[in-house]
Design a binder for this molecule. Structure first.
Ligand code: SF4
Length: 334
């Protein structure tokens, strides 16, 4: 059955129970202390792909270093990426820094999701989260937790990863957020997905939506949402050459690998393979990329490099290139 056909016209009783559950059970998270758009933006960017518990110490450390938009805008990109170390997805740190500069120049934080979408790193989710949680704009959010709750509540067996279905789910989320405080409603849906309607063992008996939940009624809730087809694994061989002298190693801005583009890494060449290579030192996995790394320490002619070479002290590598891949390379070679 289609999404629209399954949608119940009156979800108000469920929504009321959800809001009341949230107001009584929400976790005291540091970014919920006030409606500061800067804090909400930083937390929402960190929370993508990372659990709440893991984000909290990073959030405190980042806010200590960059307590407000101005401090982030006046930092260097290197400082911001270094403060991001451990969270992965470093392009997010660079985008935060770029957007901070643009928004600081603007003079005030944009308040609507449409305005926010114009800045680096603000996708549909982050824009809607900041606009609704900080400024009360009446828009719903759609993250993994909300997708799971909606697909179970409406018993939707849809390919939710496709744009057309995501747009429909976004419409549903917008409807849930309309006519109530969108800040509470959006956080309630996300909180329910994070704590009650969890991926593998939802606590339906404790759920404020259980009376209206069509997935629970049909017994299909554990099969919702549908599993997203996995991306085919890519195998790469990265032949890297570690040039070291006086406790410094040579790094260049890398574009050889399909990931970590623009990161400072040792010079090397990468090729895509059909099967695992016979000779390599270690394997490093990033998203669906399996990178087999072969490290040599024989000196390459750095003069022939097309990108400038920087000699970085080994003790400072993580400030310049916070990815764990380079730490492994250095560990193997020195
Ligand atoms: S009743 Fe169960 S499946 Fe339905 S929304 Fe609640 S926790 Fe999820």
């Amino acid at each position: 059955m289609s999404l629209m056909a399954k949608q119940r016209p009156d979800f108000d009783p469920d929504r009321r129970r959800l809001l009341s559950w949230f107001l009584n059970n929400q976790r005291p998270l540091p970014w919920r202390e006030n409606r500061d758009p800067y804090r909400i933006w930083i937390s929402e960017t960190m929370l993508q792909q990372t659990t709440t518990a893991a984000v909290i110490p990073y959030f405190h450390r980042f806010l200590e270093k960059f307590p407000n938009l101005k401090s982030l805008a006046f930092a260097t990109e290197k400082e911001v990426r270094s403060a991001w170390a451990g969270l992965g997805y470093y392009s997010r740190a660079s985008n935060l820094w770029r957007a901070a500069q643009e928004i600081h120049q603007l003079g005030e934080f944009p308040q609507s999701h449409k305005e926010l979408m114009k800045y680096p790193g603000f996708g549909p989710y982050t824009s809607r989260a900041v606009a609704s949680l900080a400024f009360g704009e009446s828009v719903g959010v759609l993250d993994g937790n909300v997708i799971r709750v909606l697909c179970r509540f409406y018993d939707l067996s849809i390919p939710w990863w496709k744009t057309i279905e995501r747009n429909r789910l976004q419409n549903l989320s917008d409807q849930w957020a309309a006519g109530v405080d969108p800040r509470d409603l959006n956080q309630a849906l996300m909180e329910l997905g994070a704590t009650i309607c969890t991926p593998k063992s939802p606590s339906c008996a404790m759920c404020p939506l259980r009376l209206g939940c069509q997935g629970l009624k049909s017994g299909q809730h554990l099969k919702r949402p549908l599993a997203r087809p996995r991306k085919a694994k890519e195998i790469w061989l990265w032949r890297v050459c570690l040039n070291a002298k006086n406790d410094r190693i040579a790094l260049t801005q890398s574009h050889a690998l399909p990931v970590l583009k623009g990161h400072l890494l040792p010079p090397g060449q990468a090729v895509k393979l059909k099967k695992k290579p016979k000779r390599y030192k270690f394997v490093h996995t990033i998203t669906h990329h399996e990178i087999y790394v072969d490290v040599t320490t024989s000196l390459t002619s750095l003069k022939k490099m097309s990108t400038p070479v920087k000699w970085i002290p080994v003790s400072e590598i993580s400030q310049h290139s916070p990815t764990s891949l380079i730490k492994k390379v250095v560990r193997f070679a020195l």
